[in-house]
Design a protein around this ligand. Structure first.
Ligand SMILES: Nc1ncnc2c1ncn2[C@@H]1O[C@H](COP(=O)(O)OP(=O)(O)OP(=O)(O)O)[C@@H](O)[C@H]1O
Length: 229
């Protein structure tokens, strides 16, 4: 299924961190069944953009709209339909994977029973870790717990910051499968990754983040941000 009517749209967005303006004049829109692939070198502002889209940070200028409504005015609806996986996995060390998923469900107002949580974790390759505290899991296993939570959330929009970090080849293939299933079923994804990902067949919208948005300078786009003018 693919319905490309804009659900998420960004209008003349500008972002600053500290004293530095990372980008200005950013515009894009995303509809159901589409994946926005945010690209750019280290320090260009990809994570900063994702934080703006989640509402965790505020833009220097411009507006983000969800279903035609400014994010600032419709935060509640947006948060019900969006799930974010950042650099930190957002899981609680002292709880087991099952407890983590169930707690997240409770916090989102969508309680999850034990069997559903166990199934989600088993599907993602964690059958042998269900009852261990997350603090003893490896980095990649913790990442899988967070991914299971994302899938179980049932959110329309997934915002993923480097979701492949720490995953082995099977984990990468698994994420590719999750993206295919989600986007193929009309879901939406905004994601960054420095690792190659097989996304053929999916409606991918590329977005290059950086000063090139406002000052096209061929050859300068992939320099490290700390060296950029
Ligand atoms: N809290 C902060 N205060 C000041 N500057 C910050 C802050 N957080 C990030 N920055 C700066 O903002 C710039 C963009 O950071 P960001 O994490 O968005 O980049 P990125 O494109 O995601 O990079 P990477 O590919 O390395 O993850 C960097 O130069 C970074 O040092």
């Amino acid at each position: 299924m693919s319905d490309t009517a804009a659900v998420l749209s960004v209008h003349d967005l500008a972002c600053a961190r500290g004293e530095r303006t990372l980008f200005t004049g950013m515009n894009f829109s995303l509809g159901q069944g589409q994946l926005l692939l945010v690209q750019g070198g280290n320090g260009r502002g990809k994570t900063s953009l994702l934080r703006l889209l989640t509402g965790l940070a505020h833009p220097l200028a411009g507006e983000i709209r969800w279903r035609g409504r400014a994010l600032a005015d419709g935060r509640e609806l947006f948060h019900r339909e969006m799930a974010y996986l950042g650099h930190l996995n957002g899981i609680k060390d002292e709880l087991t994977p099952v407890e983590n998923l169930r707690l997240a469900g409770d916090l989102e107002g969508m309680p999850m029973d034990q069997a559903t949580a166990e199934r989600a974790l088993t599907d993602i390759g964690l059958a042998r870790c269900l009852d261990l505290p997350c603090r003893v899991l490896s980095f990649g296993q913790r990442r899988r717990v967070a991914l299971a939570g994302l899938v179980a959330s049932g959110s329309l929009l997934w915002i993923l910051d480097e979701p492949l970090t720490g995953l082995d080849v099977h984990g990468v293939a698994m994420v590719e499968g999750l993206l295919r299933d989600h986007v193929g079923a009309g879901g939406m994804v905004v994601m960054t990754t420095h690792q190659p990902l097989a996304l053929d067949g999916l409606a991918v919208v590329p977005l290059l983040v950086g000063p090139a948005l406002t000052r096209p300078e061929p050859g300068n786009q992939e320099e490290p941000a700390c060296c950029a003018s």
